[in-house]
Design a binder for this molecule. Structure first.
Ligand code: NAD
Length: 256
């Protein structure tokens, strides 16, 4: 028995990184977890990790930038477990670092298509189900790049500012219907994504920790678990008065 016993949680992009840590924590706290990712191997590995720990989970592949995939994903969750209580829209990409004026159109389209449109499509499908079911929770993965600018990352920054805007709007439109939408804004977190950004920024000369640790007032980057803790708390009844909140989990980055 746990805080989420009898509840179903969906985590997109949970084949790695923050999404995987979130799926593992939901399962440890008693939820049935639907692990979804565009990459089958990572997603199935997350499900195996949950099963080995004695939890309940299934995998369903979906590309969040495709409306048909997203509709099939939410329908699959309801088919399998009968309900969707907690949705975490986590799937995202970082893209290529370049000055604003030099960003390729394809990079903008890919980042906005997954990070912004993908989150929007997932929220629409989740909200339709939650309205019919009488409520639910949504946590979106924004970023400190949704709060401030980062030179070289203009499409990513635009996509994360968009995630914050759609989180606020869904909160205003559906709070009274029992749907609590909130967003988290991680600082540098030790995942493949941060490794890719450090590689690009330093041409492989520095690890993500070497590059990013000193930029955080706490003196280090964060772990996926430290973000998962906030996401799962926001999804729980303990956060029943949290609505439309945009919360940094960033070792003090945006306090600077
Ligand atoms: P990650 O690259 O480790 O994991 C992202 C996962 O999303 C991968 O498993 C990937 O296969 C999946 N994915 C990518 N495109 C997809 C698509 N179209 N459909 C479905 N799944 C897809 O990255 P992460 O660091 O764990 O990032 C998770 C989220 O947190 C992202 O939204 C990211 O922007 C955000 N974030 C990360 C950091 C950080 O420092 N790592 C900081 C702030 C915000």
């Amino acid at each position: 028995m746990g805080l989420f016993s009898g509840k179903t949680a969906l985590v997109t992009g949970s084949g790695a990184g923050i999404g995987r840590a979130t799926a593992l924590k939901f399962a440890a706290d008693g939820a049935n977890v639907v692990v979804s990712d565009i990459h089958v191997d990572g997603g199935e590995e997350t499900v195996s990790m949950i099963h080995q720990a004695g939890g309940s989970a299934m995998f369903q592949r979906a590309d969040v930038s495709k409306a048909a995939d997203v509709a099939a994903l939410v329908a699959g969750v309801v088919d399998q477990y009968g309900r969707l209580d907690c949705a975490v829209n986590n799937a995202g990409i970082e893209g290529t670092i370049a000055p604003f004026a030099d960003q390729a159109e394809a990079n903008y389209d890919a980042i906005m298509g997954i990070n912004a449109k993908g989150t929007y499509l997932c929220m629409q499908a989740e909200i339709r189900h939650m309205l019919a079911a009488g409520g639910g929770t949504i946590v979106n993965l924004a970023s400190i790049a949704g709060l401030i600018g980062f030179p070289g990352l203009s499409p990513y920054v635009a996509s994360k500012h968009a995630v914050i805007g759609m989180t606020k709007n869904a909160a205003l439109e559906y709070g009274k219907s029992g749907i609590r939408a909130n967003a988290v804004c991680p600082g540098g977190i030790d995942t493949r994504m941060l490794d890719s950004l450090a590689d690009q920024a330093t041409s492989g000369a520095q690890s993500s920790a070497q590059m990013m640790d000193p930029l955080h007032p706490l003196g280090r980057i964060g772990t996926p678990q430290e973000v998962a803790n906030l996401i799962v708390w926001l999804s729980s009844p303990e956060a029943s008065f949290m609505l439309g909140a945009i919360i940094p989990v960033d070792g003090g980055y945006v306090a600077q």
